[in-house]
Design a protein around this ligand. Structure first.
Ligand code: ADP
Ligand code: MG
Length: 369
């Protein structure tokens, strides 16, 4: 008798969903990215009991068309990508159509949405764990979308227990992530609030729809933080003949790919007394997508430490590069990004940073740069 059999559909869905939504951070990240993809200019993130009871993300974006209600939470249904080739020119955060379907499988989940043409009415959508639409009802609503996730991991007891045990730490990580989205998103108001048990709702932080990342940073971290920063404006010329590691990778990159990597942002001056005691404020982005770049982080810190050995830098660095020059489809949570020519990039980055730190005038605050 054959021993190899397919796993039953519902179990496959649950297994895969647990890889997309691994923790509280993944929930918040997916929902905020969806709001940004819907071109929202105002995003409210509300936590009840650090997210253990509920996480709600409300935006004033495009809303969801009634024609899409049936499919919105089905796995691999997306408005953003239709084939693999589209990935190389992707302009949106999302592309796999997995977040909403995964949240249906792992939480008590509903959506309220309204388009501009719907007037003051919206629709509340309820789903089966499979992502199939269960029920719709008419509710009062402004234009935009509210996605509510309650009782996350209620059906994965081990993960739920871990979440409860580590909730304060998880919540801290979520706030760091929200700081990153709030700082990079110019033209978008971001407000984060929290309610503990039956207590009052408290605003954790908020930004206005500022025009510059510097204003965003000032509202998230305080005006004093900004005073200690110098602008980052590094142009890394990625000459293909300049590094041995690049030639083998280059063969896979289309000829029209721009070779330049532009790093813009802000960094604290490498002056003793102006750094931070821990590296807790370091944000990295690739084309404005917050992501983990361990090697780039290490390179920044190495150079900074050679000027200020006792402290850590505040870093806000956005790597702007051709969409062909990296791959976001590495891990289900899309936080890991594969950079082509990484070793050359690191080499050039260190050179440029040394140049910046050598040539900045330590006595001049940023407002005069
Ligand atoms: P993806 O973002 O990869 O497309 P998701 O499961 O996150 O997959 O979302 C599925 C689809 O639902 C999106 O492609 C988008 O069309 C729609 N959607 C999700 N969130 C929102 C939102 N806040 N506003 C408008 N549409 C949304
Ligand atoms: Mg998405």
């Amino acid at each position: 008798m054959a021993t190899i059999k397919p796993i039953e559909g519902r179990s496959v869905h649950q297994i895969q969903s647990g890889q997309v939504i691994v923790d509280l951070c993944s929930v918040v990240k997916e929902l905020v990215e969806n709001s940004l993809d819907a071109r929202a200019t105002s995003i409210d993130v509300r936590f009840k009991n650090y997210g253990l009871d509920s996480i709600e993300v409300q935006d004033n974006g495009a809303g969801i068309a009634s024609e899409d209600f049936e499919t919105i939470a089905l796995k691999h249904y997306t408005s953003k990508l239709s084939n693999y080739a589209d990935l190389s020119t992707l302009q949106t955060f999302g592309f796999r159509g997995e977040a909403l379907s995964s949240l249906c499988a792992l939480s008590k989940f509903h959506i309220i949405t309204a388009r501009a043409s719907d007037g003051p009415k919206g629709t509340r959508l309820e789903f089966e764990p499979s992502g199939k639409l269960k029920e719709t009802s008419v509710v009062a609503s402004q234009k935009g979308t509210i996605v509510a996730v309650e009782n996350l991991f209620y059906n994965l007891p081990v993960r739920r227990r871990e979440l409860e045990k580590n909730i304060k730490r998880e919540y801290g990580k979520v706030l760091n992530l929200l700081h990153a989205y709030a700082c990079i998103s110019t033209g978008v108001r971001v407000a984060v609030s929290q309610q503990i048990s039956k207590g009052k709702k408290v605003v954790v932080f908020s930004t206005k729809a500022n025009t510059t990342t510097k204003e965003n940073i000032s509202q998230v971290y305080g005006a004093k933080t900004v005073l200690a920063l110098v602008p980052l404006d590094l142009k890394l010329e990625m000459n293909p003949l300049g590094g041995a590691a690049s030639s083998s990778v280059k063969a896979n990159i289309p000829d029209d790919t721009s070779r330049e990597v532009h790093i813009s942002g802000h960094i604290s001056r490498p002056v003793v007394g102006e750094g931070r005691s821990t590296p807790d404020r370091q944000m990295f982005f690739v084309n404005s997508r917050p992501c983990a770049l361990p090697q780039v982080t290490k390179a920044f810190n190495e150079v900074y430490k050679s000027y200020n050995v006792t402290q850590s830098a505040f870093i806000f660095a956005n790597l702007v590069m051709d969409t062909n020059a990296y791959d976001v489809n590495v891990s289900p949570d899309k936080r890991t990004i594969l950079l082509h020519d990484q070793s050359m990039l690191l080499e050039k980055l260190k050179e440029c940073l040394v140049d910046l730190f050598e040539n900045h005038d330590q006595s001049v605050p940023q407002s005069q740069f």
